[in-house]
Write a protein that binds this ligand. Structure first.
Ligand code: XBP
Ligand code: MG
Length: 242
């Protein structure tokens, strides 16, 4: 059956979707922050994959401490320390991005160019810190690229992060569009749950950490966007799968 509403906006997740930021970006920055703060925590590649079950850097540190360092959470200043660690982590992460450390995934820049040329509206919905988003766009897409996105929903702007649908509801309200007029690009089961929870048609490009996850309810599941352009995306959007 054909979807009644034309495609009017693309909404992008950031981590894992625009770029493979987790293993060689966020993880490295977390470890640099732990070392700088003199904390004996170290997140290797496999452990970090487990910790990705929880979105949001502050929430992820708390989740780790609950399992591996409960004494840390018993301290009266635990919340403050997590905030401080997160600020240090963001500084390291932004520096890494500014050094051109994380390229965009294949096909992402081309799709954004095509969408802009076609007059589609662009938005972002992510759990990561706003500064991380604008720095990635600037360093890896174009100096003015943050201005191409009409709405950027990021970080603590909503209290409940993905897989809750709140960030997508927030972005949709600001776009002033019904969910059916948009298409979301996500890389994870948490992201898919969040987008589908807001009724949004969602295309998945799997990443290094998310390839084995359950993507039931997605329009399609692709390894990346290298062979997929706006015409393909319009087709996917036009076909109702529910
Ligand atoms: C991304 C995340 C983020 C980053 C860390 O999830 O979980 O928390 O790992 O960013 P999604 P901060 O792609 O589903 O939005 O440390 O800035 O929170
Ligand atoms: Mg993601």
């Amino acid at each position: 059956m054909l979807r009644a509403m034309n495609l009017q906006a693309l909404i992008f997740d950031v981590d894992g979707t625009l770029a493979d930021t987790e293993r060689d970006g966020h993880r490295v920055a977390f470890n640099a922050a732990f070392a700088e703060a003199g904390l004996a925590w170290h997140w290797d590649v496999a452990l970090y994959g487990e910790l990705l079950a929880v979105t949001g850097g502050k929430e992820r540190m708390r989740f780790y401490a609950e399992r591996h360092d409960p004494a840390f959470l018993a301290r009266a200043d635990a919340d403050e320390t997590i905030k401080t660690l997160h600020a240090i982590k963001t500084r390291h992460y932004v520096a890494l991005l500014e050094g051109g450390g994380i390229p965009l995934r294949p096909g992402v820049a081309r799709l954004i160019d095509e969408a802009r040329a076609a007059g589609l509206r662009l938005a972002i919905a992510t759990t990561t810190t706003p500064e991380n988003v604008t720095t990635l766009l600037k360093a890896s897409l174009a100096p003015e690229a943050a201005n191409w996105f009409e709405v950027i929903g990021a970080g603590d702007i909503v209290p409940k992060k993905k897989p809750a649908p709140d960030i997508y509801h927030w972005v949709l309200a600001r776009l002033g569009l019904p969910a059916e007029a948009c298409l979301v690009l996500e890389d994870s089961a948490n992201g898919l749950r969040s987008a589908r929870g807001a009724g949004l048609p969602t295309l998945i490009t799997t990443g290094i950490y998310t390839a084995g996850e359950n993507f039931a309810g997605a329009l399609a599941v692709l390894p990346d966007l290298s062979g997929t352009g706006l015409a393909d995306i319009r087709l996917m959007h036009g076909i109702k799968n529910s």
